[in-house]
Ligand binder design. Structure first.
Ligand SMILES: Cc1cc2nc3c(=O)[nH]c(=O)nc-3n(C[C@H](O)[C@H](O)[C@H](O)COP(=O)(O)OP(=O)(O)OC[C@H]3O[C@@H](n4cnc5c(N)ncnc54)[C@H](O)[C@@H]3O)c2cc1C
Length: 526
């Protein structure tokens, strides 16, 4: 395939016309073109009065020699895998989030008949528990926004942006498309799947893994691990409904438990795995009217049909703290992401269309192990939980979330009424002063950050913009140590994904799952 020089589009036109325009611009005979595809699409809004769409187009042609001046398209190739595993035991994967599922896919396709334990339910059953929580405020601690098939990111915007560079990233995108994600994720500069598509593709992915010999145990929590002479020998699972126990003999476990499985972190420590506390961030989620964000980002001059605008902002305080926006969800909703009873945790979600009235993102301040009292490796989890419990109480102890207008937060006074931005958090909200529960260094850095962001993005500190608290699970508070072969200090255990401290987000978690599977497949005996 050959790559055409990028083309900038300033008026709405069908894709075919854009391709025709690109061919004419590069003197390519339409009769020579066998096929074409979009390689990359992005929005260039650096000049607000001259916003344009940027397309990179690939073409397959006959008479190639006539077009030797065009660059060849080089598709990422996967590192070759030397398959050495010769064990009759099935690998066991704990957790069916992106890390666990992609590990299961790779291991199943290699014929190892993996066993997947997930404490939560299948995505369809899980949806009912989530709907019930959002409607009635009844939290199922095993089946919720954090836990269940697809893991934490299922009820999300399904953003696939990442800071990592790996040949596996493209394989992850292609895999999502194979199971039902929109093909636009292959070329969008900021690909997202949307929760509506995620729910569908997860079922397809599960059925494919089952057809390839994988076995899923839902509502089954890994509660214990047996070892002998420093090697894993089996894992004990417990059905979360009837507490019946099952045991699986194995020589390798992928521990892909996510950042919220606090009791499993404790169990990991109890069996002697090495864990260390790690930096993460806490804060609140902010909501604006999406149309205001569109205006600020796209200006008001363009007639182009543009997607709901997003933003990414960062501020470094003279105090040494940082404040940044995270996991921005255009046209989305603030999600009740609690997994522990008696806690409030926020995050965000958008459907693929991103057509909600509000825009939201986390506004976070970095925290380090020095901020957490005590010396337990799990002290970050304790710090998180205490903040979440305070938010629960401030919200009214019924899973309603504490909410405050930005103007009131900046003036450190309670909110008594709402303005033109209405909260999207369900099951409900309670107007209050978030400063009463946030550590002082967090509130003060947030104030500085919000005012700084307002200079970068007009209207960020809109008096009626809303803050919903608290956002505590930006990434894992611990790291489970592993060596270069991705194995922990207990032989055969592979700490994997976000929970283990080796990923942050759907894409990097999926890639880490593939890496751990590849490590197992290329090891003859563990
Ligand atoms: C609401 C929300 C929106 C998000 N939006 C995005 C986004 O748009 N883009 C993005 O890149 N990231 C997003 N994230 C973050 C992303 O979801 C995570 O980074 C990613 O899911 C981590 O993948 P993982 O497989 O490592 O862990 P997880 O997805 O957390 O999965 C871990 C799984 O392990 C299970 N488990 C834990 N302990 C046990 C046990 N003992 N036995 C059995 N099962 C167990 C859990 O139930 C869970 O299902 C979002 C997160 C949330 C909560």
């Amino acid at each position: 395939m050959l790559k055409l020089p990028i083309i900038k589009i300033k008026q709405n036109m069908p894709l075919e016309s854009i391709v025709k325009k690109a061919l004419q611009k590069n003197n390519i005979q339409a009769k020579d073109v066998l096929s074409w595809e979009i390689l990359k699409k992005s929005v260039d809004a650096r000049k607000k009065n001259d916003v344009c769409l940027i397309y990179s187009i690939g073409i397959r042609v006959k008479n190639k020699n006539n077009y030797s001046h065009l660059e060849k398209v080089v598709k990422p190739t996967l590192p070759s895998l030397s398959y050495k595993r010769n064990s009759s035991l099935s690998p066991v994967i704990v957790g069916a989030g992106p890390a666990g599922l992609f590990a299961a896919l790779w291991l199943a396709e290699a014929g190892t008949k993996p066993i997947i334990l997930e404490q939560g339910k299948t995505v369809q059953e899980r949806q009912k528990d989530v709907d019930n929580f959002l409607a009635m405020g009844t939290l199922n601690p095993f089946s919720n926004i954090q836990f269940g098939e697809g893991g934490a990111g299922t009820f999300s915007d399904g953003k696939l942006t990442t800071g990592i560079h790996s040949p596996f990233c493209h394989a992850v995108l292609e895999t999502f498309v194979k199971f039902g994600a929109p093909s636009s994720i292959l070329y969008e500069s900021k690909p997202h799947i949307g929760t509506d598509n995620l729910v569908v593709l997860l079922k397809n992915m599960r059925e494919y893994i089952q057809n390839k010999g994988g076995t899923f145990y839902f509502e089954t929590k890994a509660v214990d691990f047996e070892t002998k002479k420093g090697k894993i020998t089996s894992v004990i699972g417990e059905n979360v409904r009837d507490q019946k126990k099952l045991m699986w003999e194995t020589d390798c476990i992928i521990l892909a438990i996510g950042h919220s499985s606090r009791d499993t972190f404790q169990k990991a420590m109890d069996i002697g795995l090495s864990l260390v506390p790690k930096n993460f961030s806490v804060g609140v989620r902010i909501e604006h009217l999406q149309e205001k964000i569109n205006e600020a980002q796209w200006g008001t001059k363009t007639s182009l049909k543009l997607p709901a605008a997003d933003y990414k902002l960062a501020y470094h305080s003279p105090s040494g703290r940082s404040c940044y926006t995270f996991c921005m969800c255009p046209g989305g909703t603030v999600m009740a992401s609690s997994s522990d009873l008696g806690t409030i945790v926020t995050n965000g979600m958008s459907k693929y269309a991103r057509d909600g009235i509000n825009a939201n993102s986390a506004v976070l301040v970095n925290v380090t192990p020095d901020d957490f009292p005590g010396n337990s490796p799990l002290r970050g989890c304790i710090f998180q939980r205490q903040l979440e419990e305070k938010a629960f109480a401030l919200g009214g102890s019924n899973y309603f979330a504490p909410v405050q207008r930005v103007e009131d937060f900046l003036l450190n006074r309670p909110t008594t009424h709402l303005g033109n931005v209405k909260p999207t958090y369900l099951p409900g909200v309670n107007l209050c002063n978030l400063t009463t529960i946030l550590p002082e260094f967090v509130s003060s850095t947030l104030r500085e950050g919000i005012l700084y962001f307002d200079r970068k993005l007009n209207g960020f500190a809109d008096p009626d913009a809303l803050l919903t608290g608290v956002e505590t699970r930006s990434s894992s508070p611990v790291r489970i140590l592993r060596n270069e072969q991705l194995m922990a200090n207990i032989k055969g255990i592979y700490p994997c994904g976000e929970g283990a401290g080796y990923a942050g987000g759907i894409m990097s978690a999926a890639v880490d799952g593939i890496k751990c599977a590849t490590a197992i497949l290329s090891t003859s005996s563990i």
